[in-house]
Design a protein around this ligand. Sequence first.
Ligand code: NAP
Length: 501
Amino acid sequence: MAALDLHKHNDAILTQLKDSRLFRQLAYVNGKWVAGQSDIAVTNPADDEVLGYITSLEKSQIDNAIDAADTAFRHWKTLSADHRAAGLMLWHDKIKENREDLARLMVLEQGKTLDEARGEIDYGASFIRWFAEEARRAYGETIPSHIPNAQLGTIREPIGVAALITPWNFPSAMITRKAAAALAIGCTVIVKPAGETPFSALALAELAERAGIPAGVFNVVTGDAPMISATLSCSDKVKALSFTGSTRVGKLLLRQSADTVKKCSMELGGNAPFIVLPDMDTTEAAKAAVDAKFQTSGQDCLAANRIFVPRDKHDAFADAFATEMLKLRVGNGLDADTDIGPLINAQAVNKARKIVEDALEKGAKLLAGSPQPVSDGNFFYPVLLSNITPDMMVYREENFCPVAGIVPYDTIPEVITAANDTEYGLAAYVYGHDIRQIWTLMRGLEFGMVSINSVKMTGHPIPFGGMKQSGLGREGSRHGFDEYSEIKYYCLGGLNIASGN
Ligand code: NAP
C-alpha cells in the first residue's frame, strides 16, 4: 500500500480504491502537500465512521497559498491558450481514467449513490473539456471608431488569483465548474472545499499535479472555514471570489469582499417550483416530479421544492407521485439498488424532521411516508405532504431533504405569483403542452433557469445561475469566463487613417 500523508485514516476507505494515492489528507499548496498544526476528522454519512482527517491550516499558510497563486499567475497567464488547454485536457483525461475511484471516494464522504457520483464525475470533467476548448475562442472585439484616425477594440484579460469556496452536495463538479473557467482564461485558483467533503477536492489536486499543472496554479486549502474565507475575501491579491453554498454564507462573503471591491460570483440556494399545467398527464408529470425532487437525496439546489398542481388534478397526481416515491429504496450509496443515500449529517436529519413537524402542525396532510423519520442514523425516508401553505417551512425554505409538498392552484396568473413568492430564483420546472401557457410561465417566472418538460437541464454549454437571492453571475457556457476576466478596452489613436474605421 502506498504511503499516505497522515498515519491516521480508516483502512476501509482504501479497500474501495484501485489507486490509494487518490486519498490525500494534506492540503495542496504551491505544488506541495502541506500540514497544518491540527487535524479535523471527516466522517462517512452512511455510518458516521471516521474516514480520515484533513489538516487545519494556519492563517499564515493561507497567506502563503495566496502569495504562491499570485506568483504562479504571472507565468500562467502568459502561456498560450493552446498550452493551458493542453494541460486542462490532460487533467480531464486523468479524471476520466480514475472515474470509478473518484466516484467511490465521493460516495464515502458525501453519501450519494454510486450512479449519481459517477454522473457527477462525468459532469465535472465536461466543464474542463469545455473550457479547454473555449480558451482558444476567448475573443475580443473590434469597435467601429467614433474618433478620427483611431482603432478601437477590446481584449479579455484574466483577472488574477481566484478563490473558489464550494459546498458538500456536489464535492467535485462545483470545483471543476469554477476552476476550469478560471484556469483556462489564465487565472490561478485557491479552492476551499466543504469540511464534509474535502477528499474529492484533494483527489482533484492529486490529478492536477499528475497532469503537470504547474505549482501554485491549482491549490486546495483546508481547515477553519470562517478564517480561511475571511483571509481569502479580505486579501488584495485575491481578485475574484466564486462561492457556491448557502445564501446566508454568500451574503457574509459579499460583505467581507466589499473592502477590496472583489469580483464576486455567487451560486446560492434555491426553492424551485415544479408546475404541472392543466393539460399534462398526471402520471408522466408525477414521475418527472419524483426525479426532480429526490436526486442527491433531495440535497440539490435544483430540487423541486414546491410542486404546484391544478386543483382538479391534485388527487390523481398525488396518488401517482406516492406510488413512484414509495418505489425508491433508501440505503448506503455503495449498494447497487439504492436510490436515496443518507443525508449529510444529523443536523440535516433534524432539519428534515422539523420541516415535516412544522407542516403537520400548520395543517398539512401526510399522504405517504412516515411522519416520524425512522431513526436510522442519517437515513431519512421520503415523505409526501399536501395542503401546503406559504407559512410552512416546506414552502418557504430550501428543504434540502426528501420531503415533497404539493400545492393546489386554480389559474395560471395565480401559480406564477405563488411560484415567484420566494427570495430565491434559481430554477423552475414546467410540465405541460399548451405553448401559450408554457411561454407565459417561461417569461413570468423569476428564475435564472426554466426547464420545460425535462428534469435534466444542466451541463457544460448552459449558463447556470440564479436571479434574486439565488446568486450573481453564471457558470459554464460561453458566459463562464466573465467571472474570471476583465474586458480591457483600447483606443489606438493618431493613426492617420485615410478613410473608414
Ligand atoms: P454552506 O454552509 O454555505 O457552505 C458552503 C461553503 O462555505 C463551505 O466550504 C463551508 O465550509 C463554507 N462556510 C460555511 N460557513 C462559513 C462561514 N461562516 N464563513 C465562511 N465560509 C463558510 O453551504 P452547504 O451547506 O455546504 O451547501 C448547501 C448550499 O449550497 C445550499 O443552499 C445549496 O442550494 C447551495 N448550492 C447551490 C448551488 C448553485 O449552483 N446555485 C449548487 C450546489 C449547492 P465548511 O464546510 O468547512 O464549513
